[in-house]
Design a binder for this molecule. Structure first.
Ligand SMILES: [Zn+2]
Ligand SMILES: [Zn+2]
Length: 362
């Protein structure tokens, strides 16, 4: 009887629904705004800011709005970005400040430092290729068909200038006379050693030899999650800036002082002292005697970076120790095998091609 009643109710309610006109049937609600945290420890008393200083919008050849660039950066846990559209060679052709103006309100709302910048875009050899100028006041003033004028104007505005993707679309990466001219004229402060998917080890060596700042960016033109597969990498490539605080002034001071690292595709790239500081701040280990013959070592990692340590000296010790991000691993060692040993941190690059070496088991 109960069943019969239930069936009747279902049939009747079905009929009454069919008779009703519905404008829409809501399948879901707007999701809560979710922000990924980039877990990288602060080092050497500085705040480590996560930054991307190279991206495009429809104001040049990008197809994602300036406001969405801010939203993407916020969702991915970045602290600072610069929208750097290609600057026209023709005065007045377009408003080069437009992307910044469109995004600035959203950036304030989301707590993202938005640095006003642009991409000075010329051919390479002859010419200096592409370069980004950051901390500009008026990007329009850089419009010129003469690269010397654009760079001079950027310098006049106190810009931090870096050479973009020096190994992109060339057979051999090379330093040209134009870059010597820019460097000597105080118009070249850094190099984009990592761009999109590419690392340029020769450019990393130039940064060390000429005391230039290491920069790593996405140069994203489409939506960020169409450029990168975030099921394969945790975060977009970025520049880590060792800043005195989360302010635009702090960022600028740190960039001119060369206090940066590149974090891209799980690699940490930069000057040895900063790479070493980041590895030391991320990894820790404790040991405990298990019995008279063995010792247990627990390696822990507080960062998102997966560390791989590879033995380069000693013997009868593990050849490879992998310490995944935000994890710890236990390694049991026979006491008779314990000896001072050197390991290479394989997911680091210092001096171009070399990996940072660290001592273990001593
Ligand atoms: Zn470019
Ligand atoms: Zn670009």
């Amino acid at each position: 009887m109960k069943k019969f009643l239930l069936l009747t109710i279902v049939i009747f309610s079905g009929l009454s629904l069919a008779a009703q006109f519905k404008t829409s049937i809501k399948m879901d609600d707007y999701p809560l705004e979710k922000r990924t945290i980039v877990n990288i420890p602060d080092i050497l008393g500085y705040r480590v800011l996560k930054c991307d200083f190279h991206m495009h919008t429809p104001n040049s050849d990008g197809n994602v709005t300036a406001q969405t660039r801010v939203q993407e950066a916020w969702e991915e846990g970045l602290d600072a970005i610069s929208i750097t559209d290609h600057i026209s060679h023709h005065k007045g052709r377009k408003d080069e400040n437009q992307a910044y103006d469109l995004a600035s309100k959203d950036a304030v709302k989301k707590g993202i430092i938005l640095v006003k910048g642009g991409e000075i875009t010329f051919g390479l050899n002859p010419g200096p290729g592409h370069a980004n100028a950051l901390f500009l006041q008026d990007v329009n003033k850089l419009q010129s068909d003469d690269w010397r004028e654009s760079f001079n104007e950027a310098k006049k505005q106190g810009a931090f200038i870096f050479w973009n993707h020096p190994g992109w679309a060339v057979d051999t990466i090379r330093w040209y006379k134009e870059h010597t001219k820019l460097l000597n004229g105080g118009m070249l402060h850094g190099i984009e050693v990592f761009n999109e998917f590419e690392y340029y080890p020769e450019a990393a060596k130039w940064c060390i030899d000429k005391n230039l700042t290491f920069i790593g960016n996405t140069d994203v033109h489409s939506a960020i999650d169409r450029l990168y597969d975030f099921s394969k990498i945790k975060h977009r490539p970025m520049t880590l800036v060792l800043s005195k605080g989360k302010t635009e002034a702090g960022l600028k001071e740190a960039l001119f002082a060369g206090r940066t690292l590149i974090y891209a595709y799980n690699m940490v790239i930069g000057k040895e002292e900063y790479v070493k500081a980041l590895v030391n701040a991320s990894l820790d280990h404790v040991s405990r005697t298990l019995d008279t013959n063995t010792t247990l070592f627990t390696f822990s990692n507080i960062s998102d970076i997966d560390f791989t340590l590879n033995r380069v000296s000693g013997s009868n010790l593990p050849q490879t120790i992998v310490i995944p991000g935000r994890s710890s691993v236990d390694v049991i060692i026979k006491n008779e095998n314990l000896q001072p040993t050197e390991y290479e941190v394989q997911n680091t690059y210092i001096k171009g091609y070399d990996h940072l070496k660290i001592p273990l088991f001593q």
